[in-house]
Ligand binder design. Structure first.
Ligand code: ADP
Length: 468
């Protein structure tokens, strides 16, 4: 589980606060109920103490103390009802004290007299056996009668039992409630964040080649919908800008072709015109060289822009890549021989592929051309075509100067050249390998380069084998 994810942090925060709030509410409920129940018990005991005073002690002169005692016993039956009642004179002598309750839950003799206090007071005494008794004491005064202390007490057992039961329910119910609500919250958060996952996956798939794709719009009417709409608008703007720059390169290279062809023609004529002064002819020849180089760059840019635009597949045919590799190697062997380089071609098995034959030939030409360019005299080049797991591998390996490891990741980038290797700077523009890569991409193929500086390089193209 990712503890840094939004859903985890949100749910953890939510569950934490929920637990704290529930705990506080439960504590408040428990204390409030205890306060209410005990208060109720106090009121009822005090009421009964007043009852004894008003109904019996107010007439004690006429009725006598023994009558009061017997009436109290008859009315309240303290032993049967587990109550404690005691009547004491002002000098502390006893008028009446209830006996041991029938269930023996407490011993009245153990209950000491309360300290002298105001008219009404309450005390809570702890008894053996984890019991508590609540006693209301009333100093009863009535005109023309002696003063008496009336004590009326009752065990707190029912209140304690009820509160203990409630506490148990809260202890069990609270974590359960937190778990259920948190699980519900987790599911809700997961559902709310699902569009984020979908948007992320869709965004990962969008590259410069499929900028026309859009992110899924979560029709939720919330921030997610707004976010996906805004991101889609941003992708549309990027797509526009990208298309604009691609069109610009395509238009520019297209527009440059005709004037460059005319320029080359004129320079060729001037370089060959015997009527022109020798030095001027030399300059024209040198300018012609630059114009040829410029035309080559413009042609390459034009090729790249057509590949970027996704050339129509009308030119696609099924042909044998081994045969194409062999004929191309033959054609370039003349160039290689100039440097005393041998090209060994190992392409004996027919390897049918589907694609644009002219473009795939260009791949072989560019790779072989580089191998010849960057291999010193008397070097050797191996061209291999073989099948591996439903794919054709075309490998061009040389024992030339190689490519430094830090430059290797960039060799397929446009206009990238490894400086130290610019053996014939005028002819290199750093576009050959980017054309190879674009052609491979258009054919669903992959190309990779491996190289050891000083020992050689190997370029490997992996094309799908034609199934028919
Ligand atoms: P260029 O037209 O400059 O050859 P490429 O795109 O074909 O442009 O190659 C880019 C760079 O990769 C070259 O400048 C060169 O330094 C390096 N490179 C390509 N192929 C080889 C090779 N077979 N051996 C050594 N370096 C190579």
């Amino acid at each position: 589980m990712n503890t840094r994810s939004i859903s985890f942090r949100l749910v953890a925060w939510y569950a934490g606060w929920l637990a704290v709030i529930f705990l506080l509410l439960c504590a408040l409920l428990y204390l409030d109920l205890r306060h209410f129940l005990e208060g109720d018990l106090r009121d009822s005991q005090l009421r009964r103490a007043h009852q004894i005073g008003d109904a019996l002690l107010a007439h004690v002169k006429q009725s006598g103390e023994p009558y009061v005692a017997s009436q109290v016993k008859d009315w309240y039956e303290p032993e049967v009802n587990d109550r404690f009642i005691r009547l004491t004179r002002a000098d502390g002598t006893l008028v009446y004290a209830s006996g041991m309750p029938h269930d023996g839950s407490f011993d009245p003799a153990q209950i000491s007299a309360p300290p002298p206090s105001k008219t009404e007071s309450f005390s809570k005494l702890a008894l053996p056996g984890n019991k508590n008794i609540l006693i209301a004491s009333l100093n009863y005064k009535s005109p023309g009668n002696p003063d008496y202390l009336v004590e009326f007490g009752q065990l707190l057992d029912p209140v304690d039992t009820m509160l203990d039961h409630l506490l148990l329910q809260l202890i069990l119910g609270l974590p359960l409630a937190v778990i259920i609500i948190t699980a519900g919250g987790y599911l809700l958060v997961q559902r709310a964040l699902k569009p984020v996952e979908q948007i992320t996956r869709a965004a990962e798939r969008i590259t410069q080649h499929n900028l026309s794709d859009r992110l899924p719009i979560a029709q939720t009417g919330d921030e997610m919908e707004r976010l996906s709409v805004s991101l889609n608008r941003m992708i549309a703007r990027l797509d526009d800008a990208f298309q604009h720059s691609k069109r610009f390169v395509a238009d520019a290279s297209h527009e440059l072709r005709t004037p460059l062809t005319i320029l080359r023609g004129e320079l060729e004529n001037m370089a060959e015109d015997t009527r022109v002064d020798g030095e001027v002819r030399e300059r024209a020849a040198s300018m012609l060289e630059e114009a040829v180089h410029l035309s080559k760059i413009v042609e390459q840019l034009f090729t790249l822009s057509r590949l970027d635009a996704g050339e129509a597949q009308a030119e696609w045919t099924r042909f044998d890549l081994s045969e194409l590799a062999k004929t191309t190697a033959d054609q370039l062997s003349l160039l290689a021989e100039d440097k005393g380089i041998s090209i060994v071609c190992d392409a004996s098995q027919p390897m049918p592929v589907e694609g644009d034959r002219v473009r795939l030939k260009q791949v072989v030409v560019n790779l072989l051309d580089n191998a010849i360019k960057y291999t010193p005299e008397k070097g050797s080049i191996k061209l291999r075509v073989h099948g591996v797991n439903g794919h054709v591998m075309l490998e061009v390996e040389d024992n030339g100067i190689g490519i430094p490891p830090d430059a290797l990741p960039y060799v397929f980038e446009r206009f990238y050249r490894v400086d130290q290797m610019r053996t014939d700077g005028s002819e290199s523009a750093g576009l050959g390998l980017s054309i190879v890569k674009s052609i491979c991409a258009a054919h669903g193929a992959e190309v990779e380069a491996n190289s050891v500086p000083g020992q050689g390089s190997c370029f490997c193209v992996r094309l799908p084998l034609s199934k028919n």
